[in-house]
Design a protein around this ligand. Structure first.
Ligand SMILES: Cc1cc2nc3c(=O)[nH]c(=O)nc-3n(C[C@H](O)[C@H](O)[C@H](O)COP(=O)(O)OP(=O)(O)OC[C@H]3O[C@@H](n4cnc5c(N)ncnc54)[C@H](O)[C@@H]3O)c2cc1C
Length: 387
């Protein structure tokens, strides 16, 4: 029998070390001044992108066949969790190592890849992902946007909301019902929509408490050529599972970095802050907060590494992916909350990153699949397996 091995392989330990040094040296010192609002300042972006190229990490998230490094999920998890120790970069925007294109990689035709995917990977054009609507978020099968085929094009009508990066996007991966009666099982199709087309209207940015400012958009009689449909009609969600799984593991990976930084901040402050004649670190209430976060960190790391390893073996990780998002988002929020508590008033200020971790991690419990909805689906598995 093979030994069980819970250690990262040597090359991933080195990768982890490299990214950690980069975060400590380049990101943490500038994390409160790196941005104008939600966006990185152009000069900061240029500097960080150059550093990313120096490190050899540019394109780490892009498959080799498209010119990237094509790192496996376990390696990407290592990068994501280390990067999450700092609030310098917007957590949902494309990062300095190159665009996140996983949702659009699958089942584009060669001509679509040439026109849209490759320039996006090269950073020449930008894209957004437009699925959520006022009446359909956690349950996208209920979407009301329609795409009606007339001859060699479709006409799209509907509203989308919470669309990140819509203001900068040259094109959008837009979902619309081609047969509403069928819902998500064969009724929804995905399209490549030129965001400058007549009828695409950016209505308003939506101010959220997290580090993101998505947009509300209207599509009014937007003509989309048939060759811009992604996959077959009705297959809009067919290829989603693969990247959704990896995306959920990414939530868990982000949680690792957040808990680690909260532990660093919390333990440091607990030793230094004296109340009633003794450091906070002497108080059991504070010790237990640190221990709870530390234990969650250990559990989360095991969960995330195992899910990523299994994914890299080509195995189905749907169940693990649900659990990593649920546990990762909620326990990293809990760690930020504890860290805030033990810092007292200073934890609420923008002098420290804690309030931003707190707002972001709370938000991730809702975005990209609210925890309650993931639990509903996971419950079906539990009932089937144990009932
Ligand atoms: C900052 C931000 C950025 C975003 N970016 C994008 C983007 O780029 N593209 C995109 O398409 N979308 C985007 N979204 C949308 C996001 O993914 C949705 O908000 C999310 O999926 C939840 O959908 P909803 O808001 O419609 O909530 P709903 O589906 O209406 O659910 C509301 C709440 O009800 C509860 N609930 C719902 N169903 C159940 C159930 N069956 N059982 C128990 N409880 C339930 C949950 O607590 C849930 O939080 C973004 C959202 C935000 C806030």
């Amino acid at each position: 029998m093979d030994d069980m091995n819970f250690e990262l392989p040597e090359e991933l330990r080195q990768l982890k070390d490299t990214v950690r040094k980069f975060v400590d040296k380049e990101l943490i010192p500038i994390e409160r001044v790196a941005r104008d609002g939600h966006k990185l300042k152009p000069e900061v972006r240029a500097h960080l992108e150059a550093k990313a190229r120096e490190l050899g990490l540019a394109g780490y998230d892009v498959p080799q066949e498209y010119g990237g490094l094509g790192l496996g999920l376990l390696a990407r998890v290592v990068v994501w969790s280390e990067m999450a120790r700092s609030i310098a970069l917007p957590p949902r925007a494309s990062d300095i190592f190159g665009p996140n294109v996983s949702p659009i990689l699958y089942h584009l035709e060669p001509a679509q890849k040439e026109r849209f995917l490759l320039p996006t990977i090269r950073g020449e054009i930008k894209w957004c992902f437009a699925q959520t609507e006022p009446d359909a978020g956690g349950d996208p099968g209920g979407m009301r946007s329609t795409a009606v085929r007339t001859g060699d094009h479709y006409v799209i009508n509907g509203m989308k909301r919470f669309i990140t990066g819509a203001d900068e996007a040259d094109w959008g991966q837009v979902f619309a019902a081609t047969d509403r009666a069928k819902g998500s099982h064969g009724g929804i199709s995905a399209f490549i929509v030129d965001m400058k087309s007549p009828g695409v209207k950016l209505l308003r940015p939506q101010q959220t408490m997290m580090d993101d400012q998505p947009w509300e958009i209207a599509f009014e009689d937007v003509k989309v050529p048939v060759e811009n449909r992604i996959g077959a009609e009705g297959d809009g969600f067919k290829h989603a599972q693969n990247w959704i799984n990896a995306g959920r593991v990414r939530h868990g990976a982000r949680g690792i970095g957040v808990i680690e930084r909260c532990l660093e901040l919390g333990a440091g402050y607990a030793k230094q802050r004296v109340t009633f004649g003794r450091p906070l670190a002497d108080r059991q209430a504070v010790q237990w907060m640190l221990v709870d976060s530390f234990t969650d960190l250990h559990v989360l790391r095991l969960m995330v590494y195992q899910a990523a390893w299994k994914y890299d073996q080509g195995q189905d990780i749907r169940i693990e992916a649900y659990m990593t998002k649920i546990f990762g988002d909620s326990q990293s929020f809990a760690a930020a909350d504890r860290c805030m508590e033990m810092h007292g008033g200073v934890g609420l200020t923008t002098d420290l990153p804690i309030e931003k971790f707190w707002r972001n991690q709370r938000s991730f419990m809702i975005t990209e699949g609210p925890i309650e909805i993931l639990k509903m689906t996971l419950a079906r598995h539990v009932l089937r397996s144990y009932g």
